[in-house]
Design a protein around this ligand. Structure first.
Ligand SMILES: NC(=O)c1ccc[n+]([C@@H]2O[C@H](COP(=O)([O-])OP(=O)(O)OC[C@H]3O[C@@H](n4cnc5c(N)ncnc54)[C@H](OP(=O)(O)O)[C@@H]3O)[C@@H](O)[C@H]2O)c1
Length: 347
C-alpha cells in the first residue's frame, strides 16, 4: 500500500472502534494482524460463534489480548440480533466477513445457509443502523454473480440487503458497501488445502473436476488491503471488485507435484467452469478504475446523489463497454505454472 494512502487510513482509523464478524476466519485473522501492525485503533471486536477458535486465537502471540489491549473477543452468532446490537455499541466501522461458504455443504443444509448468510446480513444492517455505525463493508464472492448454487444465491441476497440498507438509514450517517472477489489462495477449505494434504501424504493422483476450469486467484494480503482501501473509497451502495489474476486449476497440480497425475472427477453440484466478477448484465452499471471496478447500485437512493465516477481518493473512472464481462476465463492476467510454484512454496 502506498505510504500516502496508508497515512490517510491511519487518520481514518486512529482511536476508532471496528467490529469484524468472522474475525477468527482466514480473512478475519489476516485483517486483524494487519490492523494491529499498522494502525492505532481504540477497539477491535472479534465476533464469531466457536469458543475453541477464539481460545486458540487469543493464545497465539499475534492475537493475545495481554499484548494487544485493544482486542476484544465476543462470542456471538450473526443470527442473534440482540447480541450483535450489544457488540456494535460505539463501533465506527463493521467489516462483515462471517459466512457459511462451502458450496456443497450449503446444498445439503439450505436453511442454515439462508439463516446465516441472509438473516445474519439483515441483522448486521439493523444493528449497524441502530448503533449509528459510520461505515459497513460486507464481503461478497464471485459466486454471487449469476448464481447457480445456494451459497452464491444467499451472498447475492446479502449484497442486495447491504445496498438497499443505504435507503433506510433515515437521518443516521451510516453507509454500506460491498467488496467482491474470487478464490482466496490458501483460505480454509480451499483447493490449496486439499492439494497440500495430498502432497503431504505422498499421493500422486490429484482430482480435478473439469480440465478447462479457471478461477480468479487472490492472496489474503491483497484482499485485506483492498477491503481497507474501500473504507476510504466508499460512498455507499457500491460493489468494489479488484482486478486480480486468474489460474487454470489444472496448473496447480504440477505446481504442487511435478510427478502427479490428474484424475477428472466431473463438476460437483453447483460448480461453474468459470466464475464471473461483473456480468454482461452488470456492465451498464460498471465503472473501470486503474486497479479495480465499481458496480454502482441499480436502485436509486432517495437521500443522496453520488458521483460514483470519482472516488473520495480522487480516482477517476470510466464506463466499461456495454455487454462486456469480467470472468476468470477472459481475464487478461493469468498466473503461469512457475508463478504458481512460487505461491505454493510460500503457502
Ligand atoms: N475464502 C474465499 O475463497 C472467499 C472468496 C470470496 C469471498 N469470500 C468471503 O469472505 C468472507 C470470509 O471468508 P473466510 O475465507 O475468512 O471464511 P472462513 O475462514 O470460513 O471464516 C468464516 C468466519 O465466520 C464465522 N462465522 C460463521 N458463521 C457464523 C455465524 N453464524 N455467526 C458469527 N460468525 C460466524 C466463523 O467462526 P465460527 O465458526 O466460530 O462462528 C469464522 O470466523 C466470507 O463472507 C466469504 O463469503 C471468501
Amino acid at each position: 500500500m502506498k505510504t500516502s494512502i496508508k497515512n490517510l487510513l491511519k487518520k481514518e482509523l486512529r482511536n476508532k472502534s471496528i467490529l469484524i464478524t468472522g474475525g477468527t476466519g482466514s480473512f478475519g485473522q489476516n485483517l486483524i494482524r494487519y490492523l494491529l501492525k499498522n494502525f492505532s485503533l481504540k477497539r477491535i471486536v472479534i465476533y464469531s460463534r466457536d469458543e475453541k477458535k477464539q481460545f486458540f486465537m487469543s493464545q497465539s502471540k499475534d492475537f493475545n489480548p495481554e499484548n494487544y489491549k485493544n482486542l476484544r473477543y465476543f462470542i456471538g452468532d450473526v443470527r442473534d440480533y440482540s447480541r450483535l446490537n450489544y457488540a456494535m455499541e460505539d463501533c465506527d466501522f463493521v467489516i462483515h466477513a462471517a459466512a457459511l461458504k462451502h458450496v456443497s455443504i450449503a446444498e445439503y443444509n439450505p436453511m442454515e445457509v439462508v439463516k446465516t448468510n441472509i438473516m445474519g446480513a439483515n441483522n448486521i444492517v439493523q444493528a449497524a443502523i441502530s448503533n449509528n455505525v459510520k461505515k459497513i463493508v460486507s464481503l461478497s464472492t464471485d459466486k454471487a454473480v449469476n448464481p447457480i448454487n445456494l451459497y452464491g444465491a444467499t451472498k447475492l441476497a446479502s449484497d442486495k440487503l447491504f445496498i438497499a440498507a443505504n435507503n433506510i438509514v433515515g437521518k443516521k450517517k451510516c453507509i454500506f458497501s460491498i467488496v467482491r472477489y474470487g478464490n482466496v489462495v490458501g483460505s480454509r477449505g480451499s483447493v490449496m488445502e486439499i492439494f497440500k494434504n495430498l502432497c503431504k501424504n505422498k499421493n500422486n493422483i490429484y482430482p480435478i473436476t473439469d480440465s478447462a476450469m479457471t478461477r480468479f486467484w487472490v492472496t489474503l494480503e491483497e484482499t485485506v488491503e483492498f477491503v481497507l482501501l474501500s473504507l476510504l473509497r466508499m460512498q455507499g451502495g457500491e460493489i468494489f471488485v479488484p482486478k486480480i489474476d486468474s489460474i487454470y486449476i489444472k496448473d496447480l497440480v504440477p505446481a504442487f507435484n511435478s510427478k502427479a497425475k490428474i484424475k477428472i472427477i466431473g463438476l460437483r453440484p453447483g460448480e461453474k467452469v468459470h466464475e464471473i466478477l461483473y456480468s454482461k448484465e452488470d456492465s451498464e452499471s460498471t465503472i473501470e478504475f486503474e486497479n479495480f471496478y465499481t458496480i454502482k447500485p441499480q436502485i436509486k437512493f432517495t437521500t443522496t446523489k453520488t458521483n460514483y465516477f470519482l472516488t473520495p481518493l480522487g480516482e477517476k473512472g470510466k464506463k466499461v463497454t456495454p455487454g462486456s464481462e469480467y470472468n476468470s476465463f477472459n481475464n487478461p492476467s493469468f498466473l503461469s505454472v512457475n508463478e504458481l510454484k512460487r505461491l505454493v512454496k510460500k503457502y
